[in-house]
Structure formats: structure tokens, C-alpha cells
Ligand binder design. Structure first.
Ligand code: 5GP
Length: 197
């Protein structure tokens, strides 16, 4: 097991409805050293890519994306959830359905912060059905920028998002892939992956 799988096994809580709660180290209280370990690991996995910007979505992707951006020494941009229905002018906009809140948000990124010269690494905490990632991909593509890859902390491999994104041809790296979990027993099954120190 890698460092993140070990932490999930120790402190993650399986909730009914296919929700994995990791609010003691990732989604509410944050273990900043774990963030840095994830940043270093994404840097290693995407070392062959000419990344000059990291993009995530608020709120819980921000801390991981900050660590990745620090490790890569590039800026980080986060897509903002906007309640306004009249977003004018200089914004890229995508509709994102929230898996956890069961609602739809518009997310926006200022055109100032994404340009055709950008080579973007998209980062998020979880991958479930892939709506958040697809929204971010559409924003990068609307800007004429390049998606160099996508980095996820925890992919729920039994939901469709990972398959959809990989089938679209994107390089998707997930530090932990949960292939099954049981809310009654608390058991979490991880997919075998290349070993990470
Ligand atoms: P997707 O758009 O892939 O369906 O869902 C991804 C988003 O939903 C992530 O940004 C994350 O915030 C949230 N999410 C999805 N599944 C889980 C989960 O099991 N636990 C937690 N804590 N968040 C989740």
C-alpha cells in the first residue's frame, strides 16, 4: 500500500451512498505534510510533461493543487463556483454537477488566467462520475490551452469517471483507486498499482 492508501485505510470512513469520508486529513482538517507528499508524487508522475499551470476546482482541490504547484514551481488557478447566472464577458464557464451535494454549479475561470500558451495539469481530490474533471477539461479547451494530464488523490474505480476520462485519451493518474467499499463493515479495497515510496 502506498502512503495515501495507508492513510485512507487508517482514517477514512465509508458512508452509505458510495461516499468515502476523509475529513480528518483531506476535506476539512488537512494534513499539510500529506499534501506535500502528494505534490511530490504528482511531480514525479508528470515529470515528462511541460506543465506551466495547475488548475483545480474549489474548495477541496485547492490544498492539493497548491502543493503540486509549489513542487512544480508554477502558478495554481482554481475554478470558482459561481451563483450568478449572468456571468458576463471575460470568463470561461462550465456546468458541474456535484456528486456530494447533488446540485449543479457554474464554475468560472477568468480569461486572464488561462491562455493558449498554457500547458495545464488538472488536480482534484476525488474522482467519482467525472463531472468536475469534464468541466475543468472543457474550460482548458475553451481557452485553447493544452491538458497535459489529470491528477487525482482518490479515484472511486467502481464509478464511471475514470473510465470516461481515460477513454477520452487523457493521461489520468490517481494516487489511490478504491475498487470497492462497504459501509457496513468499513472495508475498503484498493486497486493494485505501481508501488509509491
Ligand atoms: P465527480 O464530479 O467525479 O462525480 O465528483 C468529484 C467531486 O465530488 C470531487 O471534487 C469531490 O469533492 C466530490 N466527491 C465525489 N465523491 C466523493 C466521496 O466519496 N467523498 C468525498 N469526500 N467527496 C467526493
Amino acid at each position: 500500500m502506498n502512503f495515501l492508501e495507508e492513510r485512507i485505510k487508517r482514517d477514512g470512513i465509508v458512508k452509505p451512498g458510495n461516499v468515502l469520508k476523509v475529513d480528518s486529513f483531506l476535506n476539512h482538517q488537512m494534513d499539510v505534510h500529506l499534501m506535500d507528499q502528494m505534490g511530490e508524487e504528482f511531480k514525479r508522475r508528470f515529470a515528462d510533461k511541460p506543465i506551466n499551470k495547475v488548475l483545480t476546482i474549489e474548495a477541496s482541490g485547492i490544498a492539493i493543487a497548491c502543493s503540486v504547484a509549489r513542487c512544480l514551481n508554477v502558478p495554481m488557478v482554481f475554478a470558482k463556483k459561481s451563483k450568478s447566472i449572468n456571468i458576463e464577458g471575460e470568463m470561461y464557464v462550465a456546468e458541474v454537477e456535484s456528486f456530494t451535494h447533488k446540485n449543479t454549479n457554474q464554475v468560472i475561470v477568468s480569461k486572464k488566467f488561462l491562455t493558449p500558451e498554457d500547458h495545464v495539469l488538472i488536480i482534484d481530490d476525488f474522482l467519482a462520475n467525472g463531472c468536475a474533471l469534464q468541466g475543468l477539461i472543457s474550460i482548458v479547451e475553451a481557452a485553447g490551452a493544452t491538458v497535459e494530464g489529470l491528477g487525482i488523490a482518490i479515484e472511486k474505480g467502481f464509478q464511471i469517471g475514470g473510465r470516461v476520462i481515460r477513454n477520452l485519451g487523457y493521461r489520468l493518474e490517481s494516487l489511490a483507486i478504491v475498487d470497492g467499499m462497504d459501509a457496513e463493515t468499513g472495508e475498503i479495497i484498493f486497486r493494485e498499482q505501481e508501488c509509491v515510496e
